[in-house]
Ligand binder design. Structure first.
Ligand code: NAD
Length: 383
């Protein structure tokens, strides 16, 4: 009887320390990389209480919405989620649920660390940058005027009257709006990230020489935040014009550390950096707000590989490493990251995309790759 009570108490304690996290496996190849990621996260010994929630195209058919309230409620209750990619079907009638999640939960910062691990195929082995991308504003705010519509012509008239420019009649327009509020909080996020993870420099990226009232505002506010709020932080601040930055990232990547960018440049530069570190299969990410955080790979659902046990789960696993660091399970994060790095460095039990030749028959599947990482975790490998 006493033993039963002790067991019950022990299991209560275990549940008490378990991290409650919403797990959205996603669709396409999402469930395969989600399963592999769940396995390696659990192999670290950290206790999780997962709440699995489906979302996406299949859910749309069954429940009439790709993002049911139950998914949002689960994240709102737990504050944390890890998510596989979700397909945005072309012409399906629903907008990207990834964008909807970011809006609903006010996940204004997208953080994408891009670090080249030894053993990956890259011409840029010294790359180790963190892209901090603003998620809500810029050309992605969704304010658009369709060609030929009366409101587009009205906007054209308004521009002519107020600004003097005569635009052609056959224009379509997307508005680029960047606010002081949005810029302040993304720049603070970049500095806070740099402080928390021992980074030494933040670079604000813009095209302020051309777009004075959007990118110009971004640069001015970034300079103000850097000087007034982080002047004594020991973290260096600089800025770069986005085209120059791209040139320098592929010639002198080691000079860059944390990059903070408006939405569109952030999108493009993070794919560039993913390419520099060996491909999309290796690029993790997190969407962060003041109240919630959702961890997900940069890549999409790669539907052509669905069900083939082929795709590389590293990007979602490294998003899991970011989750572990976020919940201050630092030692487990080090062990998982070190184990992933060790398997990549050995180059044997890796997926097709990490082989010198993509048709190399010795490439292993998603599950076997996860198994090799779990072996390393059990051996006690760490960073
Ligand atoms: P994608 O990233 O899914 O795939 C493009 C190609 O990159 C793949 O065909 C594959 O060759 C390679 N690739 C991607 N991930 C890989 C991995 N883990 N391992 C090995 N190779 C990998 O891009 P896409 O085809 O443009 O998008 C497919 C769908 O995903 C679209 O519906 C898109 O809207 C959606 N998407 C979702 C997210 C998200 O959920 N956050 C992000 C981007 C795209």
């Amino acid at each position: 009887m006493d033993a039963d009570r002790d067991n019950a108490r022990l299991s209560d304690e275990r549940i008490a320390v378990a991290h409650r996290v919403t797990f959205i496996p996603g669709d396409g190849t999402g469930p395969e990389i989600a399963e592999a990621t769940q396995r390696v996260l659990e192999a670290t010994g950290v206790e999780f209480e997962w709440d699995f929630q489906d979302a996406g195209a299949d859910v749309y058919e069954a429940e009439g919405t790709p993002l049911p309230d139950r998914v949002l409620d689960s994240i709102k209750e737990r504050g944390l989620a890890i998510k596989g990619p979700i397909t945005t079907p072309v012409g399906s009638g629903f907008r990207s649920i990834n964008v909807a999640l970011r809006k609903e939960l006010d996940l204004y910062a997208c953080i994408r660390p891009c670090k080249a691990y030894e053993g990956v195929r890259t011409r840029f082995p010294e790359t180790d940058v963190v892209v901090v991308r603003e998620n809500h504003e810029d050309l992605y705010a969704g304010v658009e005027y369709e060609e030929g519509k009366p409101e587009t012509l009205k906007l054209r008239e308004f521009i002519k009257e107020t600004e003097g420019t005569e635009l052609r009649e056959d224009i379509g327009v997307t508005i680029k709006a960047i606010s002081v509020f949005g810029t302040q909080r993304i720049v603070r996020e970049a500095f806070e990230y740099a402080k928390a993870y021992g980074r030494s420099k933040v670079t604000a990226v813009h095209k302020a020489n051309i777009m004075k009232h959007s990118d110009g505002l971004f640069l001015r506010v970034a300079q103000q935040v850097a000087e007034e709020e982080y002047g004594d932080s020991g973290i260096e601040f600089e800025d770069r014009i986005v085209d120059n930055l791209c040139n320098q990232l592929v010639s002198r990547p080691a000079e860059y550390d944390v990059l903070v960018l408006p939405n569109l440049y952030g999108d493009i530069v993070s794919d560039l950096c993913a390419g520099q570190i060996g491909g999309l299969g290796l690029a993790p990410g997190a969407n962060i707000g003041d109240d919630y955080a959702v961890f997900e790979a940069t890549h999409g659902s790669a539907p052509k590989y669905k069900g083939k046990n082929k795709i590389n789960p590293t990007a979602l696993m490294l998003s899991g490493v970011m989750l572990l660091r976020h919940i201050e399970e630092t030692e487990a994060a080090d062990r998982l990251e070190g184990s992933i790095a060790a398997v990549i460095k050995e180059g044997e039990n890796v997926t097709y995309d990490l082989k010198e030749d993509r048709d190399d028959p010795s490439a292993v599947g998603t599950k076997e790759y996860a198994g090799a990482i779990i072996d390393k975790i059990e051996e006690g490998v760490s960073v």
